[in-house]
Design a protein around this ligand. Sequence first.
Ligand code: SF4
Length: 355
Amino acid sequence: MRQSLQRWYCQQGRDLPWRRTRDPYAIWVAEVMLQQTQVATVIPYFQRWMEALPGIPELATAPQQQVLKLWEGLGYYRRALNLHRAAQILMQEHGGQFPRNLEQVLALPGIGRTTAGGILSAAFDLPLPILEGNVKRVLARLVALPQPPARCLPLLWRLSQQLLDPEQPRTFNQALMDLGATICRPRQPRCGQCPWQADCAAYNRGQQQHLPMSEHRPSRPHKQIAVAIVLRGKEILIDRRLESSMLSGLWEFPGGKIEPGETPAECVVREVKEEIGIDIEVVAPLATIEHAYTHFTITLIAFICRYLRGEAQALQCSEVRWVEPAELSQFPFPAANQKLFPYLYAWLEARGHLL
Ligand code: SF4
C-alpha cells in the first residue's frame, strides 16, 4: 500500500509552494493556514505572508496589527495570534530555531498533534503520523469504520502510524493528504483512480458514498447584532476587540447584541455608550447583511450615526480610534464588518465625502 500510494503521488501529487522547501518555518505557516482552510485560498495568503515575514525573527518582531492584516479574510484569527506568540517563544527559548523534538513543538501555542506531525515529517523527515480531516476520511473508508471518526480517534491515529512509511514519512504523509483531497473526496470519491481501491473495505462493500458516518450536528444559533458607524466630521469611530474575545485584536465598528424588546437603533445607542462612553444619535440605516461563522450565524444591522458628546474611551474594548474613511483598509477587520465597507463608501460618496 505504501508503494502504490507513493507511485500514484509521484505522478499525480500536487505541486504546492510549501512543498518546494524544507524550511520548517514556511511549512509551519502553511500547516497553520491549512487548518480549516482550502489549499486554493491559502496559496496567495502564504505567498504574501512569506514575502512580508520570511522567517521566525521577522514574525516575532512584527506588530500584531501587521500579522492580523496579513491574515485578514482567512478567518479563525486565533491561529495568527498563536503563530505570532509561538515565534516570540522560539526566539526566547530556542534561539530562533524551529525544534525537531515533538514535545517541544507540541508545547508551542496553536500546534496540535497533526500539525506537529505534518511539520516535522515534511521539514525533517521524522516518522510522525498525521490525522487531518482528509486523512480521517481516507482511513475511515479504508477500514469501513462503523462510527463517526471523531469517536474513534485513537484507532485512526494507530492506523495512520501503522501505514506510515518510516523510510519516507515526508512523501507518504503528503501523498496521504493528496489522496484525501483529490481522490477520496467527501462526495463522489474517484475510486476508479485510487491506488488503494483493492484494499479499501468501503469500496469492496459498496459503502464509499455513505462513509465516513457523520455526527449529528445541532443547528447553529442565530444572533441579531446592531452596529454603529459613528461619524464626527470626516472621521469614523472604530474600536479593537478585547484580547479575551472571539476575533480578538481585530478592529470593528462598535455595537452588540440586540436585547429583547429593544429596536436595533436603540441597541446601537446603548452599546456605544457602554462600550465607548459617548452619546450618539442614529442618522440612517446603512445595510443589513448576513454572515455565517462556524458555530453561529448573524444578521448585522448597520446604522450611520452622528457623534453628539463625550470622550471616546476603551471601556469594553481594548482601543478606540477616530480614523478617516481612506484609512479603514489599514486596519484588520472581521469579514462581517468588511461586508459593510462598500455600503459605507457608497453612502459617503453620495454625500460628497472625499475618500
Ligand atoms: S477506494 Fe474509494 S473510498 Fe476507498 S480509499 Fe480509494 S477513493 Fe477512498
